[in-house]
Design a protein around this ligand. Sequence first.
Ligand code: 2IP
Ligand code: CA
Length: 377
Amino acid sequence: MADLLRLLLRVAEKAANVARVCRQEAPLFQLLVQEKTGEDKNKKFVQDFKTLADVVIQEMIRHDVGAQFPEMDGFIHGEESNKFENGLGESVTVTVCRTEEETATLLASVLDGDRTAASLLARAIHRDPATIEANTDGLAVPLSPSELGIWIDPIDATSQYIEGREEVLEEGHLSPSGLHCALVLIGVYLRSTGEPVMGVINQPFNHKDPAGRSWRGKHFWGVSCGSVNVCSVSRPEGGPDGRLSAVLSSSEKPVVKEALTSLCGPDKLIYASGAGYKILCVIQGLADVYVLSEGSTFKWDSCAPHALLRALGGGVVDLKNTLRSTCGAQDHETELTYHQPYTECKGADRWANHGGLVAYRDCSQLRSIVAALKGKL
Ligand code: 2IP
Ligand code: CA
């Protein structure tokens, strides 16, 4: 497991490099922000570049993990499909090739021959990342790769990534929107039970280096398996006034906002972008809980940060099931799992967290949230 963790930290850093390069290199950035529709649309060009960048990152992770752990091939899933069709009906499967040149040639074929953009992207994919320092010494978990599956979200909070607003993050403060909400999420689950057991989060745009030019990232990881619970973030202390704070999507239902305002007080409700970023806020103690009443997140959004929360003694439950459950909120029956699709649904919806969710560090806080929302949804 320590080998797998080290590899995931490394590929997440590579993914963060690709995400940064797409914003830093002008030929890629132009493609990233332009949205061509109707007459303007180049029929030889694949759907949109944003999706291509996501797919490239996802395939790079799949390629590197599959190369080191062939037993995991077929169990590495992501948000995007790697089959592209352009407006002329031509279909191309985007993969990472053996050499940088081959990858560049393949990418050029979906970028209507834009060799400059294709080469820049291929270089970022094939470049070795900086070494990631993580103290994984002595991390012994009795699991083999053949028991595990992976969920990848190449870039969560894509809208913030594209918009690209730069915020200076203050230690201990939640900043609701901006580039820092964009995260690379890689979660590992147990194939037999669907429990999340390992998570790696890379925040590609954490701060700018002192020279003020390029972005530096930050990474977080956690392992939770049986009696082994290790997290790179130490468990945050409770707030001074003991009142709960909740982070929500700005599009949350009024009834939820009202119930939580009564419970927490209006100053303790915070709104932020990105499903992964909101769970990261709970992990870091910038909020106590993240409540979402809609089924608008997916397995790839929650798997990685869920593993970190479990390592800290918390978790992520299905909100609807928890409200329906007759047992206490501590009952792990309603924790989200990652191995079974909703077979009655199609496409991405097969993997949605349909019942909404509550991410929490502390079971007693989860109980307060459940009590406040009971009978209201
Ligand atoms: C999105 C992204 C959105 C989030 C949505 C996710 O993933 O994290 O920000 O909505 O649930 O699926 P909100 O910010 O309202 O919580 P992606 O950006 O990868 O599509
Ligand atoms: Ca996402």
